[in-house]
Design a protein around this ligand. Structure first.
Ligand SMILES: [Zn+2]
Ligand SMILES: [Zn+2]
Length: 117
């Protein structure tokens, strides 16, 4: 069973996201949703709340956390494995949050970051 997140919301409709304790739990729910609603969802670990959420497959941009770079708030930045992943994420954020982001190569590790102009 899933619970509704108190911290994370769907950026498109403002509804709370379902949160799961484990990837297994999220995967079970994803396969149920696939059967019932014919939606393809993939689990991802949320960097905000630490639980798992589900996200439509075409939104997934594989990323890890950079060990070296922090943002203005002192949080470690998302590190994208490829430039195209970073660009894809920048496009999603531009559409949903109306922010313009630039892609740049991490100076310390093998990956890409986004930065505000
Ligand atoms: Zn979350
Ligand atoms: Zn970095």
């Amino acid at each position: 069973m899933s619970r509704k997140s108190k911290t994370c919301f769907n950026k498109l409709n403002g509804r709370p996201l379902s949160e799961y304790y484990s990837k297994t739990e999220a995967l079970e729910s994803a396969s149920y949703i696939k059967k019932k609603f014919r939606q393809n969802l993939v689990p991802y670990k949320c960097s905000k709340c630490g639980f798992w959420h589900l996200s439509p497959k075409n939104r997934q941009t594989p990323s890890t956390t950079c060990k070296y770079c922090t943002d203005r708030n002192g949080n470690y930045k998302e590190l994208y494995q490829s430039k195209s992943d970073a660009e894809k994420r920048a496009k999603i954020l531009a559409r949903e949050n109306h922010v313009r982001l630039n892609v740049y190569k991490c100076p310390y590790s093998d990956g890409w970051h986004l930065t505000k102009k």
